[in-house]
Design a protein around this ligand. Structure first.
Ligand code: ADP
Ligand code: MG
Length: 432
């Protein structure tokens, strides 16, 4: 009996690699116990039945089954059987834990991970893979049927069939997301012939192209005033300096270009401070009505010079918001400055504040040139200038600053406009 138990123990220790032989071993053990039973006494018979029952339970995967230990000649068998069962139970528990940890690890990131067999059929996939490749991705299906993309499939097949490790960046699917596919062959992993990881680079690429656009826009915007300053300085040097009237004109020109550069640098700095969150905002309770009144007062002379009527429209009740007064003043100032700039003489600009549900809506309405429908959404992008504003002095950062200030206040901005009739910019802030 002890020999049988030891043989079982030896086999159990091999459990990690073989789940089936384990069950077979337990089954064999119970069969052996029953076979012996034909020639035994009733008491022995009961003990052997106990052993057989315990072994059968273990064979069926119930690793908590034990044989009763008594002070008889079966004590050794019972102890050995129970020790083996306990060990198996611990081992299976540890394996389950390891598997759960591995699953968690594979699902922790947003990367899609799949394993394929030597024929290129999916044998494992994580949550990320289901998200990227959709519900069609199920174990057993050929990878190519699921992705329907030869470039991605090639990477995986090269690893699974030819043992080649490869990396490729591929535009994938209708949305043309950029996926970086990395596939590695796996040896001695049963059905797993290759493991592939798909990393979404779309956002990284988008940021990269934004950064490049930004640099080229800044360079472009810098070049114009710099060229102007240079031309004016050369003209002065070549003789204009000796003619007082001309000299004053060219110096004035230089002054304006320097102002433009200064404003642009200042706006860029402000934008980057707000966007990066590095700008310390000082929030306090404010009345939106005084923001409106202050803006109208600040711009009254400028509006007058432009031949425009500038009005404030607010009610009697306070319109409280929680915000950074200086920043909100700046945002509203940018909107009013635009309204004045893009409205021909004789028109009007109205700055208003009103309650709207849980929000306060501040609006700047003008009777100016308006914005084409397809350009309305884009005016909030940095450096964007609508066609009507080409050749104007601004660089297109004002509304980007407005947008970021309002976002930092958990608000929203919008514009409604009819070309030739006028525009209304609205800032919606949560009421406090
Ligand atoms: N009130 C307005 N009426 C018509 N167009 C406007 C108005 N406000 C903004 N725009 C358009 O939006 C563009 C971006 O505005 P902004 O970001 O303030 O840049 P900038 O004022 O430097 O041109 C402007 O160039 C203009 O084309
Ligand atoms: Mg502006």
């Amino acid at each position: 009996m002890a020999v049988l138990a030891l043989a079982m123990l030896a086999l159990w220790l091999d459990l990690r690699a073989h789940a089936l032989p384990l069950a077979a071993t337990f089954a064999a053990a119970s069969a052996a116990a029953i076979a012996v039973s034909a020639r035994t006494r009733p008491r022995d018979q009961r003990r052997l039945d106990d052993a057989a029952a315990a072994a059968a339970a273990l064979a069926a995967g119930r690793f908590d089954a034990r044989m009763e230990v008594r002070a008889d000649e079966y004590a050794e068998l019972a102890a050995a059987l129970n020790a083996a069962a306990a060990r198996t139970q611990a081992l299976v528990g540890a394996l389950r834990q390891e598997r759960a940890q591995l699953e968690a690890l594979l699902n922790a990131g947003s990367d899609a991970i799949i394993a394929v067999d030597a024929d290129g059929a999916i044998v494992y996939m994580n949550d990320g893979a289901r998200a990227v490749f959709g519900t069609a991705a199920t174990p057993g299906r050929p990878f190519i049927e699921v992705v329907r993309d030869h470039d991605l499939n090639d990477v995986v097949i090269a690893a699974a069939r030819r043992g080649e490790r490869s990396v490729r960046v591929v535009p994938y699917g209708a949305a043309q997301r950029w996926l970086q596919a990395t596939a590695v062959p796996i040896e001695r992993a049963g059905a797993w012939a290759a493991l592939a990881v798909f990393h979404d680079l779309t956002e990284v690429r988008r940021l990269d192209s934004m950064r490049r656009d930004f640099i080229s826009n800044v360079s472009h915007e810098l070049r114009t005033p710099l060229a102007g300053i240079r031309a004016a300085a050369e003209t002065l040097q070549e003789g204009a300096l000796d003619e007082p009237a001309a000299a004053r004109e060219f110096l004035g020109h230089i002054q304006r270009e320097v102002d433009r550069l200064t404003q642009m640098v200042e706006e860029l700095l402000e934008l980057s401070r707000i966007e990066s969150g590095a700008a310390p905002m000082s929030f306090r309770q404010l009345d939106a009505r005084s923001l409106v009144d202050d803006a109208v007062e600040r711009f009254s002379r400028q509006a007058e010079r432009a031949g425009l009527a500038l009005h404030a429209r607010t009610g009697d009740a306070p319109l409280l918001v929680y915000g950074d007064g200086e920043r909100l003043e700046r945002a509203l100032g940018n909107l009013v400055a635009n309204a004045i700039r893009f409205t021909p003489p004789g028109g009007s600009v109205t700055v208003a504040a009103a309650a709207a549900g849980a929000d306060v809506v501040i609006s700047v309405e003008d009777t100016g040139v308006g914005i084409e429908p397809d350009q309305q959404r884009r005016v909030f992008e940095r450096f964007y200038k609508a066609d009507a504003a080409r050749g104007e002095s601004g660089v297109g950062l004002g509304l980007a600053i407005v947008k970021h200030i309002v976002l930092a206040h958990e608000g929203t901005v919008g514009v409604e406009s009819r070309p030739g009739r006028g525009s209304t910019f609205t800032v919606r802030l949560p009421r406090r």
